[in-house]
Design a protein around this ligand. Structure first.
Ligand code: COA
Length: 243
């Protein structure tokens, strides 16, 4: 199945056309197939070195397009050459811009990348939906008690969809705060239903009332979520033209 079969709400666009307003979330879907050369040419020396360590051509192509597109999009929002975009890393590897610009976060799954940009701190996560034999074990290990109970009240496809909603909402939040999967994922609760909600945070680190969780699922085969430390967020979705 074609991973670039995206919802019509993801409007084909060229970066630079849309300015980022206060409290806006811009979500760019980037199909990771096709010719990687024009994207690969934008990568830094360190990125080229990382690229050379990938064993499989398909992994190389995904990295070239994903990280080249990230530079292209960030450069357009910042009004600079994509090759001049500089990154710095948070303590657990979250990339930030080295100079003034939007907050951003990247996620990839299958042959699709998603890049979220905002004027406030954010995290995004997408997952390509596939049947998971270990769904029950993953949920038991990582979901909170109330999330696990909500999941177990469901069956079949509804259960699978709820699992992916919960997982991507949790991961979007931990990516927003720059943590990794080593953080206890059962210390906070998100909703599993259609409407995304940050329900509780038991470690006292964040106040859920100050956060927005949004459904950013880009196509029928993907589930996606964004988490932002802001209320009243307006979302615009784009598909990178020519990718
Ligand atoms: C962040 C994390 C949860 C993402 O997992 P994932 O679902 O496999 O990956 P996604 O596709 O959604 O996101 C990957 C992207 O998120 C960004 N990212 C990396 N670390 C991040 C972090 N701590 N927080 C937010 N975003 C992060 C990068 O852009 C990365 O892209 P890249 O791998 O192509 O460079 C996982 O990589 C993780 O646990 N990292 C932390 C590792 C850690 O704790 N290190 C501590 C010692 S330095």
């Amino acid at each position: 199945m074609d991973d670039s079969n995206l919802h019509a709400s993801f409007v084909p666009a060229v970066p630079g056309q849309a300015a980022l307003g206060a409290n806006e979330l811009h979500v760019w879907a980037v199909p990771l197939h096709g010719d990687p050369e024009r994207f690969g040419a934008l990568l830094s020396r360190a990125e080229q070195q990382k690229l050379s360590r990938f064993h499989f051509a398909d992994h190389r192509r995904r990295y070239q397009i994903g990280h080249g597109a990230l530079r292209l999009i960030l450069g357009a929002y910042m009004g600079i050459d994509p090759a001049d975009v500089e990154f710095v890393q948070g303590p657990r590897g979250k990339p930030y811009l080295g100079r003034k610009g939007p907050f951003f976060n990247l996620s990839h799954s299958g042959k699709l990348a998603m890049i979220g940009l905002s004027t406030v701190e954010l995290g995004v996560d997408i997952e390509k939906v596939r049947h998971l034999e270990s769904l029950h074990e993953i949920a038991r290990k990582h979901f909170s008690e109330s999330e696990f109970n909500a999941l177990n009240a469901l069956q079949g496809e509804a259960r699978e969809l709820a699992f992916y909603r919960c997982w991507t909402r949790k991961e979007a939040y931990i990516k927003a705060i720059g943590e990794g999967l080593s953080m206890p994922l059962d210390s906070f609760d998100v909703s599993l239903c259609e409407s995304p909600e940050f329900l509780a945070c038991r470690d006292g680190r964040e106040d859920p009332a100050r956060w927005s969780l949004l459904d950013v699922s880009p196509g029928p085969e993907f589930v996606g979520a964004a988490a932002l430390r802001a209320k009243g967020v307006a979302m615009k979705c784009f598909r990178l033209e020519g990718a």
